[in-house]
Ligand binder design. Structure first.
Ligand code: ATP
Ligand code: MG
Length: 268
């Protein structure tokens, strides 16, 4: 009797050729994602990037929220501009406190000008950011993904732009549902998930990390409370993971999880 499980068929990938263009690199790419908007993806991406930089790693941060980019606002660096090299072939990321950052917000000084584009253009912007940014030597590239299971998250997964994903959800029923959708999408497309962060837990929304862990079947990397201190730290463009003592444990856990991922990969 043949007990082998049937192999999971991955959907046909229309971007095989572009995968080659962006696969030549020597750093680990970690995406931060959720199906739900507003749950703290940018907050977490920025905090992971600066925690890794603080630990001595060379870090890039790619804002993949192409039409509503927020990374620059979070860091208080809006107004800075990413330039092109002389041959106009490569984009120079903006260096901010040791982290190299690229975002559509850093291509246009008018921060309130709407970026009105359709999915295929977003896809091309992502490919360009991945393949034509002069990242130099990096250990890690953190990618702040927009919400949902279409457009940019789909492109990032189909392009194999990600070595792994960290998911984030609030302990609210609709966010958990959308995070389950994001998890199922990643698994369908063969992207590994390092775990999830429960954000905005506490007296208002409660804490459901154990329940979410069971439902999603992935590890909880830690819970972060909804707090005035975190909100104010974010508003001031500061890094909560480095400033707030109670976030030290989750910072370490995420750092160690990402370091393990680098050891597992064959990227030196
Ligand atoms: N634990 C927290 N306590 C207080 N405020 C928080 C916390 N986490 C995030 N915030 C705030 O919540 C808001 C939404 O966070 P953020 O922009 O990171 O979400 P997002 O998931 O990236 O949203 P989008 O889907 O629009 O990209 C921000 O103003 C952020 O400062
Ligand atoms: Mg965001």
């Amino acid at each position: 009797m043949n007990n082998d499980k049937p192999k999971q068929e991955l959907p046909v990938n229309p971007f095989e050729d572009q995968k080659t263009r962006i696969s030549n690199r020597k750093y680990v790419r970690i995406g931060v994602h959720s199906g739900k908007g507003g749950v703290g993806k940018t907050f977490l991406s920025v905090n992971i990037a600066y925690s890794l930089a603080d630990a001595g790693y060379r870090v890039g941060l790619l804002d993949a929220d192409i039409d509503c980019p927020n990374v620059a606002k979070f860091l208080g660096i809006e107004g800075k501009i990413a330039t092109k090299n002389q041959a106009m072939t490569m984009i120079e990321p903006v260096l901010s406190n040791g982290v190299k950052i690229i975002s559509t917000a850093l291509l246009n000084p008018q921060s309130e000008a709407p970026i009105i584009i359709r999915g295929p253009i977003k896809h091309n912007m992502l490919v360009n950011f991945l393949s034509s940014t002069n990242w130099g030597e990096l250990d890690y590239l953190i990618i702040d993904l927009p919400p949902g299971t279409a457009d940019v998250p789909l492109s990032a997964m189909q392009l194999s732009a990600l070595d792994a994903l960290i998911l984030i959800t609030t302990p609210t029923k609709e966010a958990i549902l959308d995070t389950a959708r994001a998890k199922n999408m990643a698994q369908k497309l063969g992207i590994q998930i390092l775990g999830f962060v429960e954000n905005m837990s506490g007296s208002i929304f409660g804490t459901k990390s154990a329940e979410i862990e069971k439902r999603l079947g992935i590890e909880c990397l830690g819970s972060i409370e909804l707090s005035l201190e975190i909100a104010q730290t974010n508003e001031q463009g500061e890094i909560a993971f480095l400033k707030i003592g109670s976030l030290r444990e989750i910072r370490e856990k995420i750092k160690q999880t990402i370091e393990k991922e680098k050891m597992k990969s064959n990227i030196s």
